[in-house]
Design a protein around this ligand. Structure first.
Ligand code: MLT
Length: 265
């Protein structure tokens, strides 16, 4: 099994392909499996590294409290083992994007390029943070079904929910199969994440911003504004897609990511 012993604990990650390393960071409440449509196309020319964060999927959770920066530390510790001393392309979706920003904050010199998909730079408002803490408590009492019930109605474009039952079931089952404790820890971490507006405005790393045309959680307008404020960034809107663009319109997302990685070899 692809487990790696790192200075930040044991981490499960799928590693595939050869070439400049690319790490793909999953969203909440998902796992490395949300990148299933990227595995073959992206690993043709890159070493693809696709972890489960602590408490998600198959990576154990050693602590009851983590910050977004802690997930970034775990990711760098994994890269120390798999691709030591190599600058890496980092692509993160939503919570994975927050963690990618955490990596940028910690060690920009280790990042070859950044792709921020369906995410946002702002910290939570007091009200949003409060809702997350309430959700964390509820998860611990009622289980991971709570997260699936809250997210499934809005996580994908309406047409996808209606016309692609196999994809709908895949995402719902992935959410439900998560351990509630890991989800609660992540909700608390997201509630206290720092604002990354200034960090991104001063960013010297090449950035691609990817929005979903019908994303209700991180709407494309906000992502366009984020891209506008990042020096030299590229912005792509993925058609026919809500918040889970890599699953909803993988062809367009793969094209955007591959072109981005090729621009910064
Ligand atoms: C995600 O997709 O990772 C979540 O929507 C992130 C969040 O709750 O802010």
């Amino acid at each position: 099994m692809p487990y790696f012993e790192t200075t930040a604990g044991r981490v499960f990650a799928v590693v595939q392909g050869e070439g400049p390393p690319v790490v793909l960071l999953h969203g909440f409440p998902l796992t490395h499996r949300m990148w299933r449509e990227q595995m073959v196309p992206l690993s043709a020319n890159h070493q693809l590294i696709v972890p489960d964060f602590p408490g998600f999927g198959q990576t154990p959770l050693a602590k009851d409290s983590l910050s977004i920066d802690d997930y970034a530390i775990v990711t760098f510790a994994l890269l120390d083992v798999i691709a030591p001393q190599q600058p890496v392309h980092v692509a993160g979706l939503s919570m994975g994007g927050y963690i990618a920003m955490g990596m940028l904050r910690q060690a920009a010199d280790r990042i070859r390029s950044l792709a921020l998909l369906n995410t946002k730079r702002e910290a939570d408002s007091a009200e949003a943070a409060q809702k997350r803490l309430a959700m964390a408590d509820k998860l611990l009492v009622e289980g991971s079904r709570v997260a699936a019930e809250a997210m499934m109605p809005m996580v994908m474009a309406p047409d996808v929910n209606e016309d692609r039952p196999a994809l709908f079931d895949f995402v719902r089952d992935l959410m439900i199969s998560q351990a509630a404790r890991g989800l609660a820890v992540a909700q608390r971490a997201m509630a206290s994440r720092p604002d990354s507006t200034d960090l991104l405005a001063k960013c010297a790393v090449p950035v691609l911003v990817v929005a979903g045309s019908e994303d209700k959680i991180t709407p494309p307008q906000g992502m366009a504004e984020m891209a506008r404020d990042i020096p030299g960034s590229h912005f792509v809107t993925i058609a026919d897609s809500g918040h889970l663009s890599p699953l909803e319109n993988p062809v367009a997302v793969n094209e955007a990511l591959i072109s981005h990685f090729q621009r910064y070899p």
